[in-house]
Design a protein around this ligand. Structure first.
Ligand code: CMC
Length: 431
């Protein structure tokens, strides 16, 4: 953290307080209010963290006005176009792109941990057969701490490293098993001769009765979806992982908390909600009705896959995915897919509408990802689990960064209290 020569002055009741200001390598200056309560006996109020930097980080940077997303300085479109998921995982976890031998070693370490403890199969079998895969994931990932407690001592850097690799390696296996369980097919074991994306597709779609060849274009599209969702600085689920971990809880339990947060329709659940919305709209002629509803203050309906807390311009991930959607649908011979037609027409209509322009609402990553995933054969209930697989490396990278920070403190916000003040207990017969 670099302290700048600038400072901010806050005047309360005629008394001025000087606050230090940090100048980051990118992004707006940050006013340091850590000593404000001790100095001035006031709190700041920012419920959705719209103006609060919750941590000091070197991993990911977003310029929401420009629509720019950088991982360790590298733009997401370059990473999605030229790199691949495991290389991006290395970049996020260790700070730089790997050399060829570093990458080979990293891939070997990840593939060495792709299997799940065999006893975990019984855990899966305890779920109702119609359980949503996301519900299974929250439970199974939390349970990793019971099966791998030899890597839960967060004060030991070696255990932290093993836990990190285990998480990245096992998440596709867990998500694929959750899927297989809910469709009543046997679990497929991971195959370490395949790429991360191809192995995941195989674990989801292969059956013991038949040979399964992974289509290289679908493998590439899957890898791109993983890459585009790998990290997104201090979003809700990442902040959840950081807050849960700040108490010293083990990483598996904290990632389970992140998965729970991701589940909501305002966050990772939006890709499922978006596809369901596109299906409900059904035909292009119904778009005006849905645009009108999205603008109506008395209607709860929002255009899913539109808008973002940080991006006030195109989400750069959506731009890559739009192109990917065209490629995948063409490959599968379904380029006239009605959902894609509705999506394209809806995007055009919303972008031309003053309401969306004034509020700077643009398509986000979830607008096109569901279309691709559905075309690949995934049911909507698998969309958010796939997001969770991709985002695990981001959660883990942010967790590692936080635990290694000597300034680590338990996260403990304060509040603006509007409840009753001190009053005496009244016995029940007198109430
Ligand atoms: N459709 C219609 N109006 C919208 C939408 C939308 N999708 N998004 C925001 N608005 C309006 C909102 O009604 C508000 O209007 P007003 O100022 O008149 O009250 C204004 O825009 C600002 O919205 P906000 O809810 O205060 O903004 P936020 O930063 O708290 O919320 C968001 C961001 C992503 C939750 C929101 O845009 C949203 O609900 N979008 C739909 C769900 C979605 O696609 N989520 C995925 C986000 S990207 C992936 C991820 O992070 O997981």
């Amino acid at each position: 953290m670099t302290k700048s020569n600038k400072s901010a002055t806050l005047t309360i009741d005629g008394k001025s307080h000087e606050l230090p200001v940090f100048s980051p390598t990118a992004g707006p200056d940050v006013v340091d209010i850590r000593k404000l309560y001790a100095q001035a006996h006031v709190f700041t109020y920012d419920p959705g963290f719209t103006s609060t930097a919750s941590c000091d980080s070197t991993i990911t940077f977003i310029d929401g006005d420009k629509g720019e997303l950088l991982h360790r300085g590298y733009p997401i479109d370059q990473l999605a176009g030229k790199s691949h998921y495991l290389e991006v995982c290395y970049l996020l976890l260790y700070g730089d792109l790997p050399s060829a031998s570093q990458l080979e070693d990293f891939e070997a370490r990840v593939t060495n941990h792709t299997m799940l403890h065999e006893q975990m199969h019984f855990l899966f079998r305890g779920f109702r057969r119609d359980a949503p895969p996301m519900a299974i994931m929250v439970g199974v990932v939390g349970a990793l701490s019971a099966f791998y407690h030899d890597s839960t001592d967060i004060s030991d850097p070696w255990q932290r490293e093993v836990a990190s690799i285990r998480m990245v390696a096992k998440m596709p296996t867990i998500a694929a098993m959750a899927f297989k369980y809910t469709i009543g097919q046997p679990f497929e074991y991971p195959r370490n001769d395949l790429s991360y994306a191809a192995n995941f597709l195989r674990m989801c779609f292969a059956v013991p009765a038949e040979n399964y060849e992974v289509n290289p274009i679908l493998e590439r599209a899957m890898d791109r979806i993983f890459t585009l969702h790998a990290d997104h600085e201090q979003n809700a689920s990442t902040s959840t992982v950081r807050l849960a971990s700040s108490s010293g809880a083990n990483p598996f339990a904290c990632i389970a908390a992140g998965i729970a947060c991701l589940w909501g329709p305002a966050h990772g659940g939006a890709n499922q909600a978006c596809l369901e919305m596109l299906r409900e709209i059904g035909t292009v002629d119904r778009i005006p009705e849905y645009i009108r509803r999205a603008k109506d203050k008395d209607d709860d309906f929002r255009l899913m896959g539109f808008g973002h807390r940080v991006y006030k311009n195109f989400d750069p991930r959506a731009t890559v995915l739009k192109q990917s959607a065209d490629e995948v649908l063409e490959l599968l011979g379904v380029e006239d897919n009605p959902v894609l037609q509705v999506a394209k027409a809806l995007e055009k209509a919303a972008l031309a509408d003053d309401y969306f322009a004034e509020k700077k609402l643009f398509p986000n990553v979830d607008f096109y990802s569901g279309i691709i995933l559905e075309a690949m054969g995934f049911p909507t209930s698998m969309f958010t689990p796939i997001f969770a697989v991709s985002r695990t490396v981001g959660w883990i990278s942010q967790w590692k960064e936080m635990i290694a920070d000597p300034q680590l403190k338990i996260g403990r916000p304060r509040q603006l209290y509007h409840g009753a003040t001190l009053r005496d207990y009244v016995d029940i017969e007198k109430r």
